[in-house]
Design a protein around this ligand. Sequence first.
Ligand code: FAD
Length: 426
Amino acid sequence: MDVLVIGGGPAGAVIASLLAMAGRDVMVVERDIHPRDHVGESLTPSTNTVFQRIGFLEKMEEAGFVHKPGACWTAPDAPVGKFLEIRLAEFPPPWAIQPYTYNVERDVFDAMLLRHAHELGAKVVQGARVQEVLFDADGRASGARVRVADGWEHDVTARFVVDASGRNCLLGTQLGLKKKDPSFNQFGIYSWFTGLAAPPAGTEGMLFLHFLGLERAWAWQIPLRNGVWSVGVVTDKADFREAGTSNEAFFASLVARNRTFAHVMAGAERIRPFSVEGDYSYVLDRVQGDGWLLIGDSLRFVDPIFSTGVDVAAFSALYGFEAIEAALAGGDEAGELARFETRLSDGVEAWYELIKLFYTLQNLFSSFAVRRRFRERVVRILQGNLYMPETLAQAREVIALMKDAAARVGEDADNLLRPGALRRSS
Ligand SMILES: Cc1cc2nc3c(=O)[nH]c(=O)nc-3n(C[C@H](O)[C@H](O)[C@H](O)COP(=O)(O)OP(=O)(O)OC[C@H]3O[C@@H](n4cnc5c(N)ncnc54)[C@H](O)[C@@H]3O)c2cc1C
């Protein structure tokens, strides 16, 4: 076999699709049996380009996933219904296919995408867990040990192993490469709801982000099909511990911190149990080696405030495919993999810097978005794909400007944009 892919989430399914389209013998081994629930429902516009490349965009449109034209922010003390709006098509990028992206139910979306890879020719084995990646005597990845449901184990050999096992980070953990991010200790709690107040006219399909008057907290409100909303809150773990209360009560206390959020959720009914995720930010020392590479969440996870997870999954799969394809075709494997690592790491690092700035000064970020001088650059970032040289350069420029502004704000004790000025006691 040419390539063994561990995990059939978006990253694994996209790389398997591309490899199958190129005529490669590829197998995806997926632990669960799809459809399976997953967090991460709001996509960036740039993912459209990858889904179009593998012939999947049409299927997304046919499935009737909610069109997402942009995002709105609300501040905790602002009057109900006052929000800041960013339309992603306000400054169309050269690669734009359509003026919107999608919000997707991940159980349906991931199952469709994995099936798509299969229809393109990838072998897909579900309900089978990879136990470990195998290496030959020279230290090159040579395959994996797979355990199927009845406990039977089988060694699969491949010329290349791709780890797309998500936050499970199978290979990164096996090789001791995974490091917890010391700057972020976030905690997410979320569920699906019906009965939310209708969004203001003109914002249908928009993702709403609600600030909560806490430095390290925010909430998402994502419209899905059939009147269902995905609603979740992210806070620093310390805030949750301090509250010392149940998930339900903690969630309600955060909803109450933002007037618009509280108004929208007043008649909401939860239709699923709460899910909780913690300790999810980490980095890996390296993301490729002899005969292997990591894609999607298995290569790094940064806070989801800018809906970047599936963006990283899709583009790391695309660039990973290009590196493997060049190597299998006889190119310089080490050079191709190193280029993959730089491209991905630079892009994800830019997201990370932006997220850190956002958490340092939430108000500052909003103030950039409303200023005409910076608005286009902020929109460009939210459109996704920071791995392209031009987008990366623009993002780095914004990061430098924001860092300068943050330093100035920090020096001025009366500045209302400074950290702490946001914090309310209840
Ligand atoms: C609170 C929160 C909110 C988020 N919101 C968003 C959002 O709005 N938008 C967005 O784009 N992203 C969001 N994300 C991130 C998003 O969930 C992920 O980035 C995305 O799912 C990554 O795709 P992936 O294919 O790398 O991993 P996954 O989707 O996790 O897929 C990995 C697959 O590997 C399988 N697997 C694991 N271990 C093994 C094994 N040993 N053997 C075989 N199979 C295995 C798993 O079963 C799984 O199906 C959010 C994340 C969190 C925590």
